[in-house]
Design a protein around this ligand. Sequence first.
Ligand code: SAH
Ligand code: SF4
Ligand code: F3S
Length: 466
Amino acid sequence: MMNEELSVSAAMEEARQACLALSGKKGRKLRSCVVTFGCQMNARDSEKLRGILEEAGFEDTESEEEADFVLYNTCTVRENADQHVYGRLGILTGLKKKNPDLIVGLCGCMMQEEHVVAKIRKSYPVVDLIFGTHNLFTFPELLARILRERKRVIELWEGTDRIVEHLPVKRKYAFKSGVNIMFGCNNFCSYCIVPYVRGRERSRDAEEILNEIRSLASDGVREVMLLGQNVNSYGRTIEGSITFPELLEKVSGIDGIERIRFMTSHPKDLSDDLIEVIARHENICRHVHLPVQSGSSRILEKMNRHYTAEQYLALTQRIRDAVPDVSLTTDIIVGFPGETEEDFEETLSLIRKVKFDSAFTFLYSKRSGTPAAKWEDQVPEQEAHRRFDRLLETVSETAKEACARFEGRVMDVLVEEENKEPGFVSGRISQNITVHFPGDTGLIGKIVPVRLNVCKGFYYFGEMVR
Ligand code: SAH
Ligand code: SF4
Ligand code: F3S
């Protein structure tokens, strides 16, 4: 065991004691509620936070009203993510008036910004505990402190070069799991706050990753999603390590893992080796999420993305040639500083050419501390909104057409959950498209053949075939 793991387990014991003492007083188990605001990596962190809380003796609840401890795992990638958290803190302030014993904690990306923490210190007395992305593994120690002392605890690190392995984890789904392969980001796209709040890129040791996946497989997991801000640069920061395609190939050989997904691929680093590995292995999903951000090479340069629209188009063509049934999805930003009507038209034209199965579309949001926030040629809000609406229209037209190409086919669906519609369940095909079909909850976690009868834009209605 490494030193850090030793100190984590000692702190865990203290948290357990503190939790036990309090639940003794209450005459029942303490309840915790962890809320995720961000991306898949944020969600994976939440599973670690829940794992720690469970080991400390807390019972998990989804209701903030019922909880003794509420922890918000925040995101700050766009302004509205921040606003959302402030709004919810207002509600918690009301809750705490009714239940003065309530403990409120904040962690995640927003907490790595000084101006945010200053504002919370000053204007949100409801918050008892703050920690950041770099010291998530110190949560057991901070938890013990807040449970015992009930005095505000704030602990933030500016950065870290460490990766702490073997934290407890409580998975949301029994049959699928995210797996971190790297942390942080070194790309500094000019609009993006992530490198500032998540720190420098660090890759996890390949053996640690493979062992984690082997143990997930023996615990019933059939689908893994390899997570990183730029998975294609995996391994670059560790000497003598392996590349992402090599890692992917090894994961694909693990018994019991029937589906492998990965997120996110940066177009500048997606190699032909990777395309070849996807093509060769059936259990690697036929889906590549490849954020393009803009269809204008001029804007892409200002965004510091290191590829042109032409290079992006050529790359998607190479992927389609090698993996014919592949589904391509993307992220697009409109209203980036200096974006002209012409640049925007180029984005629409790229969308029509690539025919994405779906696209996440975002209004550019100014993030203080990033280079683009200081530029003077910000696009007027009204104009950005107008472009956003046109973008949505084009995306839904082309996505509808693209998704419909599987209509009538029988495809394997991993069943994920019960549908709101009684008697129906929902799952995904390898291409990541959702399918709803009649079936019972006993199917959850199973992979079954389903005929895709009707395409409804982004999803299908189907029926199971026996
Ligand atoms: N690492 C991934 C993306 C992480 S953030 C990548 O490089 O592709 C997810 C998405 O949020 C980005 O792809 C981008 O489209 C969007 N985004 C990031 N910063 C933004 C900002 N300041 N305003 C609007 N959208 C932003
Ligand atoms: Fe942000 Fe760019 Fe890093 Fe993605 S690659 S997290 S968009 S800086
Ligand atoms: Fe948000 Fe942090 Fe993810 S800013 S998008 S939660 S890395």
